[in-house]
Design a protein around this ligand. Structure first.
Ligand code: F6P
Length: 540
């Protein structure tokens, strides 16, 4: 397989970058005032302004040609059609099937995927409805008021992010807490103040073999049985997993297990059974609205031409900065307190997917791959790290995300929030020159400190309101961005072998920390010395 960097399209982009790198966004806008209207695209309820990018029509045409060269169209069809595009695990990649509309058939590898997806959704909706109505009670007959989701990675970040995002739609008096870390402070803090008679644990783990989740689940089970006895477990524990055998081994009735399949990656799973805790909080109907939002962007992604395709455009601009401008990171800046966990969620989605240095065929990559995603909600970030975004030496492309309607407002706060967001995108793009600063009466010696270079690119995503539907669309957008970028780089975006070694080594090291025997072999001298130090500190 020829590397994408050897293609004429790559070379053309490199040459084009050399020509355009010295051009300021001020010039691009002055030459082409229509770009603000033209460089926009709509997908479902999402509106994207990408005019503040260091790109012209020519750039976009060259990037689209690169996508063609990478075979993007065929890859999209292969993913939606259930081909085994996760080559290192020989699996289909079908998270898009989790939001198939009722009535649409999909059979893959002999499995009735559509039928299975809807059967699980119906089972979830039935269970969520019974918890919400109070028909499903705890062991002593009291209704459930708190759901504790125990999971980590994709079995935590998705539902935790979405629960926070859709908090205002939690309408049945059931709240959720999320436990993930093996640090005992996490579960102990989350159990504090809970009434065991009114608490339901959802143990979420695709494999049901994850150390953190199983350990936390054991702690939770002990906490419950010490208070209510062993017989209470079946009313207070349900599971979400692909592994019925391990669920049963743990002692959870598999009648109360909600399944999914190996063709759903953990970081792509909260729109299926991993979203159970969310569904209990917001209800089956709102959950289905969220799926409709996912679906709208899926359909847009599948059918829109590349030049009017939101995920494709955002992905190609990502490649543009990562590979041709040497940008290392990408900031995600939601102007929505409710999206405070969105950057953390995106970190797993993007970095576990595209943090790869070999191609799908095993050859080393030549291009730079996945950017480092990070961010915080505005306006908080403005008072923290935006200084570097505006005047630092690094190029940090940013995605701004805002909503027109607040869920609730006070004293015009929401307008101020959005005014801040728009002001930031403008200041980043256009900056303020030395002449403009001097004209304000600034002393000459201070002028260089106040110069705002501008020419710092950003996307602005604007949606009417943060609802289940818009959240679904937003998540689908980033899922497809990840896919397009991975396709350009020729990598497998759906495995995560890089996280395995550390897990194995931790299990090998654990006995050395706890044993009363002198520490035996450590993996390396530095780690051995740290083990000894730790044992001393713990008096072992
Ligand atoms: O360690 C990484 C990972 O495998 C993620 O990909 C996954 O989302 C997470 O662990 C949790 O895995 P599980 O759902 O199997 O417990």
């Amino acid at each position: 397989m020829a590397d994408i960097t050897e293609s004429p399209e790559w070379t053309a982009l490199a040459e084009h970058q050399a020509a355009i790198a010295g051009r300021h966004l001020r010039e691009l806008f002055a030459e082409d005032p229509g770009r603000a209207d033209r460089m926009t695209v709509t997908a479902g309820d999402l509106f994207l302004d990408y005019s503040k990018h260091r790109a012209t029509g020519e750039t976009l045409a060259l990037l689209a040609a690169l996508a063609e060269r990478a075979g993007l169209r065929a890859r999209i069809d292969a993913m939606f059609g259930g081909e085994h595009i996760n080559v290192s695990e020989d699996r289909a990649v079908l998270h898009t099937a989790l939001r198939l509309p009722p009535g649409e058939a999909l059979k893959v590898d002999g499995q009735d995927v559509a039928g299975d997806v809807h059967a699980v959704l119906d089972k979830m909706a039935d269970f969520a409805g019974r918890v919400r109505s109070g028909e499903w009670t705890g062991f002593t007959g009291k209704r459930i008021t708190t759901v504790v989701n125990i999971g980590i990675g994709g079995s935590d970040l998705g539902p935790a992010m979405a629960y926070e995002a859709l908090h205002d739609f939690a309408d049945a008096g059931v709240s959720c807490r999320f436990v993930s870390n093996i640090d005992p402070a996490d579960i102990l803090g989350k159990l504090a103040g809970l009434d065991p008679e009114q608490t339901l644990f959802v143990v979420s783990s695709k494999t049901f073999g994850t150390l953190e989740t199983l350990t936390n689940a054991k702690v939770a089970r002990r906490w419950l049985t010490e208070r209510l006895g062993d017989d209470a477990v079946s009313r207070h524990f349900v599971a979400v997993s692909t592994n019925a055998e391990r669920v049963a081994e743990f002692g959870i009735d598999t009648a109360n297990m909600f399944g999914f399949w190996d063709w759903v990656g953990g970081r792509y799973s909260f729109d299926g059974a991993i979203g159970l805790s969310l569904m209990i909080a917001i209800g089956g109907e709102a959950f289905r609205e969220m799926l409709a939002g996912f679906r709208e962007v899926d359909e847009h992604f599948r059918s829109a031409p590349f030049e009017a395709n939101m995920p494709v455009l955002m992905a190609l601009l990502g490649v543009w900065y990562t590979d041709f401008f040497g940008a290392q990171t990408r900031a995600v800046l939601p102007y929505s307190q409710r999206l405070s966990r969105f950057p953390a969620y995106l970190q797993q989605l993007t970095m576990e997917s595209n943090g790869k240095s070999v191609r799908a065929d095993g050859a080393p990559v030549i291009a730079q791959t996945g950017a480092i995603f990070w961010g915080e909600p505005g306006t908080n970030g403005q008072h923290a790290f935006y200084q570097l975004l505006h005047q630092g030496t690094r190029l940090v492309p940013a995605d701004f995300i805002g909503f027109a309607e607040p869920f609730e407002d006070r004293e015009g706060m929401h307008d101020l929030l959005i005014a801040n967001m728009l002001a930031q995108t403008s200041a980043l793009a256009f900056g303020k020159t030395a002449e403009e600063i001097a004209a304000d009466g600034t002393p000459a010696a201070v002028v260089p400190h106040k110069v705002m270079p501008g020419n710092r690119p950003s996307s602005t995503l604007l949606a009417p309101k943060l609802t289940p539907k818009t959240l679904g669309s937003l998540v689908a957008l980033y899922e497809h961005i990840v896919f397009v970028e991975g396709t350009i780089w020729g990598i497998d975006s759906f495995d995560q072998w890089g996280v395995e070694l550390g897990k194995v080594m931790a299990m090998d090291l654990a006995p050395a920390l706890t044993s009363p025997e002198p520490p035996s072999e450590a993996p390396d001298p530095s780690t051995g010395a740290l083990v000894r130090r730790y044992r001393e500190l713990r008096g072992r």
